[in-house]
Ligand binder design. Structure first.
Ligand SMILES: Cc1cc2nc3c(=O)[nH]c(=O)nc-3n(C[C@H](O)[C@H](O)[C@H](O)COP(=O)(O)OP(=O)(O)OC[C@H]3O[C@@H](n4cnc5c(N)ncnc54)[C@H](O)[C@@H]3O)c2cc1C
Length: 314
């Protein structure tokens, strides 16, 4: 049996589907409420709900200890987590507590002795083939990796409450604490938007993003940016694409005035279509893009917006 550790992100459901495609019985683990109807539709017969007062927001050490106890109790062959910050950190605590190796960011997995893995390293620049000699195998699945659910729906998913006995140490070593909660303006995020209109130094100022916002709205997408834009205070960090921002994979990534440094490229390279608008025909992103427009974004973007307006009115 494999335990799939979920959080409340859509990526967790992709990870669950991928884990189910490995051909073994999969049971889910959550630290909060579980949508049992949805899990039953996805063929999951049991969800272990870890509950404890100390497991409030951002309690990675306590979550890791709780998860270790559940693993000890259930003795699964593998524990697979979604590669989110919270789950990865909890899994790292599990690895430290149990002395087992943890393989993060896997894009391909086959179970066995050893488990065979392909992992993304170096911010996406390197794929590593690895053997995992451990029982249980601890790993996380990279975001964006999904699979066909092998099992059909089941009648119901049983909730099994698990109350860990947390040591005082786990309860008190909460290095992480939430200082601010920012709500998103719309339902679409960089991670889910089909279109991203992204801007870099070439946009020139915070005001310059108005054209990108208008274009994104007309195309049904959101605005992204390079690190130069966040460093300059033109955009919030939540808009940043790249190694130290969000990794994106939209249908269309429109890169406006972005050179395409490696740290940016690793964040957008999985986009289906990349179009670069840049004055420099030799910019790395222009050379790698599916399509490129060589020109000044302050002329190109208004022209595109005018054309879209004319089409929607005509
Ligand atoms: C550890 C580390 C992590 C990093 N993480 C990230 C990250 O997550 N994301 C990220 O983006 N960067 C990251 N960086 C920074 C990265 O190395 C680059 O410095 C950054 O991506 C460059 O941003 P840019 O393309 O906007 O600017 P530049 O490299 O300066 O490029 C600007 C581009 O705009 C073009 N241009 C200028 N004016 C116009 C115009 N009017 N019309 C059209 N084109 C124009 C220029 O020809 C040029 O190609 C990281 C760096 C380090 C060291």
């Amino acid at each position: 049996m494999i335990l799939a550790v979920l959080d409340d992100s859509p990526a967790a459901l992709d990870m669950l589907a991928y884990t189910q495609s490995l051909g073994q019985q999969v049971e889910a683990v959550t630290f909060g409420a579980a949508d049992t109807d949805d899990l039953a539709k996805r063929g999951v017969r049991a969800v272990h709900r870890i509950a404890h007062d100390e497991l409030a927001d951002c309690a990675p050490a306590a979550s890791g200890e709780a998860l270790s106890q559940l693993i000890e109790h259930l003795r699964p062959e593998g524990v697979v987590g979604v590669c989110s910050d919270a789950v990865t950190e909890a899994m790292a605590h599990v690895a430290a507590i149990t002395g087992l190796p943890l393989a993060t960011n896997c894009v391909e997995v086959s179970t066995g002795d050893p488990w065979l893995l392909t992992r993304v390293r170096g911010g996406g620049m390197l794929l590593e083939e690895a053997e995992l000699h451990a029982s249980p195998a601890l790993l996380t699945i990279a975001q964006g990796v999904s699979g066909d659910i092998g099992a059909g729906p089941v009648e119901s998913c049983e909730v099994r409450e698990f109350t860990p006995e947390l040591t005082e140490a786990a309860a008190t070593t909460q290095q992480a604490r939430i200082v601010e909660r920012a709500s998103r303006g719309s339902g679409m995020t960089l991670a889910t938007a089909p279109v991203i209109v992204s801007g870099g130094r070439g946009v020139g100022s915070a005001d310059g993003y108005r054209a990108l916002e208008e274009l994104a709205e007309r195309l049904g997408g959101v605005v992204g940016c390079s690190r130069v834009a966040t460093n300059n205070g033109w955009r919030p960090h939540s808009d940043q694409v790249g190694l130290t921002g969000t990794k994106v994979a939209p249908e269309l990534y429109l890169a406006c005035g972005i050179s395409g440094a490696t740290q940016h490229w690793v964040g957008c390279m999985d986009s289906k279509v990349i179009m670069a608008v840049n004055t420099d025909p030799e910019a790395p992103l222009v050379r790698r893009a599916t399509y490129a427009v060589i020109g000044d974004i302050h002329e190109v973007l208004p022209a595109v917006i005018d054309e879209l307006k004319a089409r929607s009115e005509g």
